[in-house]
Design a protein around this ligand. Structure first.
Ligand SMILES: C[S@@+](CC[C@H](N)C(=O)[O-])C[C@H]1O[C@@H](n2cnc3c(N)ncnc32)[C@H](O)[C@@H]1O
Length: 429
């Protein structure tokens, strides 16, 4: 497909996402099915452009003076397809399968600097969230927002039950795999540049053999700070698809007893396949939604991981459509759910044990403020500084992005991870 046809295709897909509220992956798959002539290179380039347009929606809309699918695709085309602005203008010539020629405003928008734009636009953050976001990051807020608007690498966690980092690095050398800078069990594959292909790591024999899982470095750090280890009793209370459950099992070296619970059966479903591939043998998956069974386990746990439901603002690099969909009502609903989860988790921690609260959001309401309120109501739990929980043999744990020491906030701008918040609370013995 010519560049003009790729831009036209991205406009079509963005219309499905923005005007018909289709999830991005579904809109791209549907487009591929309806246009079977398009090769994998074309589909890949169109996908890259659509994701980039959503990542930089506010700044593109400001520069081009319009928030339509057409403006967003045209604004993303230059970087997503490795084209000069002049080549984007030439590609849109109104011929067959190509968008209509650019208007004067669109032409100017392709090179319009953002200097005059409001900060929330420069940062590509929804306007209503800007006060909370800028209060959290101060003079780093724009840089943090911009880091969240860039493509993310693929981070992998080496499954130490089956392999080593050296073996995984060797198996994935052709993808440019490098060790992750913080996690000692992490491997990073850089993101594609321009229209380069996104590597399909799950098709690799090493993945099928269970040597690694796709897991952001921030999520790996959460598991590493949890205190899960050999012969412990550990509960993953919000296990979802089991990303952290698998990491906990590996840290426990398949010994002790690990339980996984989630109140939603559909979220939990993929865990069974993952257990087999990863060679996990110390896991009991509790029946989804059976709260009485979870509560009945009683305060026996060395570690209860509460990977709580949240607005997911820390994952916007990977799910940029969610950035523009999140609403104030969702924030309120998630903070209520977090309170419920924290209460249940606390009741299951044994004296001397740990409650590990994790979110993938950067909003203080869901993180430090949530924990501050919880600690006021639960004086038997006290925060444990993250730095003291990090295995020094793995190198140094960089400081929290919010400057605190009683919890750690990881961010794309400061740590190169997705946004994660981790607070480890210890129950008095
Ligand atoms: C952040 S996701 C978990 C991700 C997962 N731990 C992983 O690493 O792949 C949060 C999960 O919490 C679950 N959840 C929400 N409220 C819950 C509750 N009251 N009890 C248990 N699980 C809950 C959701 O269904 C969702 O799967």
């Amino acid at each position: 497909m010519k560049p003009g046809a790729r831009i036209a295709a991205a406009i079509e897909v963005l219309e499905q996402i923005l005007n018909r509220y289709q999830p991005v992956s579904m809109a791209l798959t549907d487009w591929g099915k309806a246009h079977r002539f398009a090769g994998s290179g074309d589909r890949n380039a169109i996908g890259g452009m659509v994701y980039d347009a959503l990542r930089r929606r506010a700044s593109i809309a400001w520069a081009l003076g319009s928030d339509t699918p057409r403006a967003l695709a045209i604004g993303a085309a230059s970087s997503a397809l490795d084209l000069t602005p002049e080549a984007v203008i030439a590609a849109c010539d109104g011929s067959d399968h190509s968008p209509e020629p650019l208007t004067e405003a669109e032409r100017l928008g392709l090179t319009r600097p953002l200097d005059e734009a409001p900060d929330y636009v420069k940062a590509d953050i929804p306007e209503w969230l800007w006060p909370a976001f800028s209060a959290q990051f101060g003079d780093r807020a724009v840089a943090e927002g911009q880091a969240m608007a860039r493509r993310a690498p693929a981070d992998l966690r080496v499954n130490t039950l089956k392999s080593t980092r050296e073996k995984v690095l060797k198996a994935l050398a052709s993808f440019g795999a490098e060790p992750c800078p913080i996690s000692p069990i992490g491997v990073r594959v850089p993101p594609p540049v321009g229209a380069q292909r996104t590597p399909n790591l799950q098709a690799e024999a090493a993945f099928q053999a269970g040597w690694f899982e796709i897991q952001d470095e921030g999520s790996q750090i959460a598991a590493l700070l949890s205190g899960a280890g050999p012969r412990k009793q550990v509960l993953d209370l919000c296990a979802g698809a089991g990303g952290k459950t698998m990491a906990l099992a590996a840290l426990m070296q398949n010994t002790g007893q690990l339980y996984a619970y989630d109140h939603d059966r559909n979220q939990l479903k993929p865990i069974f396949e993952r257990v087999k591939r990863a060679g996990v043998r110390n896991l009991q998956v509790l029946r989804a939604g059976d709260e009485a069974a979870v509560d009945g386990l009683g305060p026996r746990f060395d570690v209860v991981l509460a990977d709580a439901p949240c607005t997911g603002t820390g994952t916007w690099r990977r799910r940029p459509d969610a950035k523009w969909r999140v609403k104030p009502e969702a924030l309120k609903a998630r903070t209520d759910e977090q309170r419920t989860v924290l209460k249940r988790a606390a009741a299951l921690v044994k004296p001397g044990g740990r409650l590990v609260y994790v979110t993938c959001t950067l909003l203080p309401e869901e993180n430090t403020e949530q924990i501050a309120r919880f600690l006021e109501e639960n004086p038997a739990l006290t925060p444990v500084p993250a730095a003291g929980l990090w295995d020094a043999a793995s190198g140094e744990l960089p400081p929290s992005a919010d400057g605190r020491s009683d919890s750690i906030l990881l961010t794309p701008g400061r740590h190169g991870t997705d946004g994660f918040f981790i607070a480890v609370l210890s129950r008095k013995a």
